[in-house]
Design a protein around this ligand. Structure first.
Ligand code: GDP
Length: 550
């Protein structure tokens, strides 16, 4: 419900950009930051001057590991109203599934970026399922429309067939591949033609005659989809009347928030085509913090639950979703405030750890600057300096010491481990400190020591994951160590495996969740099911690795 106190939230969008690696997430994010005026040159993000990819290794490896939250402003091109868009970075590499999970937890809506020449790729599917699990409304961006082989239809049919979702194209491309010239907005019935690749010269006109048949057909389908979820549009539809633009937007918004409709847009982030329209769609269709269900808190040792609706005047309830070591200010704890207001200099109760902690400074992060703020209100995301004990997934509560735990983040079991041996006694001491800090930052990273040999092993989500952690031990904690070969950390028996696509229902491991696995399958004796070694839920199973028990 919107009240005077919560009215600012109608102009808030907390979103993530999710994609298969290489689909163009970084480029799209970079363009969004450029068009929202927070970076000054296109390419600045890639060059590393201002960056969503914070760490050196990320730049070197060209992958995005961390999930920083960045605040931007966007003025809707049609309505002229200004919105705050918080972008929660989600990584595209499967080894960092936990990073995707934690960002899913704190965002309200997502933009799924697809490569139009590839359609829906395995990892896009993984991310899509994660978004389903967290109930995240989505819009899809069919990127790389300029690329050879690009096909908007391919993306639409893949969404239908591979993701089992109903795509609602709200745009239609004018030309494809090297002939991609512009975008037709099916909702507002306007054509946007880009006369250069810099996105500086855009002509908005009536829809060219040659596209009219296609547009009529697609718009009729869009209106039908809107009518399915909205009575006002349905009534008009039955009368043979067209809804107004506002009615259509509002109906599509309702369907998107309810996750019945997935609006699909097209463009080319690289060639600066379609990014402004994508931002308008974020505002038009993705929910504000007031439109998502209130986060639920579970009161420890009881069956009781409590909901925390987005209200700055309510009791403080916040979730720490990312811990980062910062070279300048030390430990940064990224938080999402669900309810109440977090003030700098105040005390909060870390309900997960049972400890009272003092909040030092509060920062709002922009693409190329950090802003010191005195408070963060319900619906906002930012970073806290000064929290010593808060770990990823911890609940922070205001006043008192009630043990309320917010619905947190699923932490998958590590799948790969390796032995690590410090070279000297001094290295051993530094390694102890480093490993402890890294494990606090990243709950999927485990440190174990073998009671017999005294050897230390580290376990994580994949080879790249561990490689990066070892790299950080060397760089940040100056540890010189020998590292053993990676080994499988655990085995999981899948008792029911199945369908032709290589999808299966995971029955072991407790949860019975739907997932995809990757890697080696080893047949067991008849009747005992399947054994997958090195199972990564959220990965993909190459078909040839799935072998039924004989
Ligand atoms: P990410 O891995 O999803 O973050 O993908 P990037 O944004 O790093 O893009 C991967 C590659 O695709 C880079 O070489 C980009 O220049 C390229 N790329 C991104 N967007 C487009 C686009 O719209 N068209 C074309 N042709 N290439 C693109």
């Amino acid at each position: 419900m919107t009240t005077k106190a919560t009215s600012y939230l109608t102009h808030f969008r907390n979103i993530g950009i999710a994609a298969h690696i290489d689909a163009g997430k970084t480029t799209t994010t970079e363009r969004i930051l450029y068009y929202t005026g927070r970076t000054h040159n296109i390419g600045e993000v890639h060059d590393g001057a201002a960056t969503m990819d914070w760490m050196e290794q990320e730049r070197e490896r060209g992958i995005t590991i961390t999930a920083a939250a960045t605040t931007a402003k966007w003025k809707h091109s049609a309505t002229g109203e200004e919105y705050t868009v918080n972008i929660i970075d989600t990584p595209g590499h499967v080894d960092f599934t936990i990073e995707v999970e934690r960002s899913m937890r704190v965002l309200d809506g997502a933009v799924a970026v697809f490569d139009s020449s590839q359609g829906v790729e395995p990892q896009s599917e993984t991310v899509w399922r994660q978004a389903d699990r967290y109930g995240v409304p989505r819009i899809a961006f069919s990127n790389k429309m300029d690329k050879t082989g690009a096909s908007f239809e391919l993306v639409l049919s893949d969404i239908r067939e591979r993701l089992g979702a109903i795509p609602a194209p709200i745009q239609y491309p004018m030309g494809q591949e090297s002939d991609f010239k512009g975008i037709i907005d099916l909702v507002r019935q306007r054509a946007h033609t880009y006369t250069n690749d810099l996105g500086t010269d855009i002509e908005e006109t009536d829809i060219p005659e040659q596209y009219m048949d296609k547009v009529r057909e697609m718009r009729a389908q869009l209106i039908e989809a809107a009518a399915e979820v909205d009575e006002a549009v349905m009534d008009k539809y039955l009368e043979g009347e067209e809804p107004t633009v506002e009615e259509l937007v509002s109906a599509l918004r309702k369907g998107t928030v309810e996750k019945k409709i997935f609006p699909v847009l097209c463009g080319s982030a690289l060639k600066n085509k379609g990014v402004q329209l994508l931002l308008d769609a974020v505002v038009d269709y993705l929910p504000s913090p007031l439109e998502v269900p209130a986060i639920r808190g579970h009161i420890e040792d009881s069956e009781e639950t409590r909901d925390f609706p987005a209200d700055p005047d309510g009791k403080l309830a916040a979730l720490a979703f990312k811990i980062m070591a910062d070279p300048y200010v030390g430990r940064l704890t990224f938080v999402r405030i669900y309810s109440g207001t977090l003030s700098s200099g105040s005390y909060v109760f870390n309900a997960s750890k049972g400890k009272r902690e003092r909040v030092g400074r509060l920062l709002r992060m922009h693409a190329n600057s950090r802003e010191d703020v005195t408070e963060l209100k319900a619906g906002e995301l930012g970073a806290v300096i000064g929290l010593k004990d808060a770990g990823t997934g911890n609940t922070l509560i205001g006043d008192g010491d009630e043990k309320v735990l917010l619905e947190s983040i699923d932490v998958p079991e590590p799948v790969i481990k390796l032995a690590i041996e410090p070279k000297t006694k001094a290295d051993q001491d530094k390694m102890g400190i480093g490993l402890q800090r890294l494990a606090e930052e990243d709950p999927t990273f485990r440190v174990e020591s073998d009671p017999e040999s005294g050897q230390t092993t580290i376990a994580g989500m994949g080879e790249l994951h561990l490689e990066i952690l070892v790299d950080r031990l060397k760089r940040e904690y100056k540890v010189d160590a020998n590292v053993g070969a990676p080994q499988v950390a655990y085995r999981e028996t899948i008792t029911k495996a199945v369908d032709v696509e290589g999808k299966f229902v995971r029955q072991s491991g407790g949860r019975g969740q739907f997932g995809h696995v990757k890697i080696k399958a080893e047949p067991l004796p008849p009747g005992s099911g399947f054994v997958f070694e090195n199972v990564v839920v959220g990965g993909t199973v190459p078909r040839e690795f799935i072998k039924p028990a004989q």
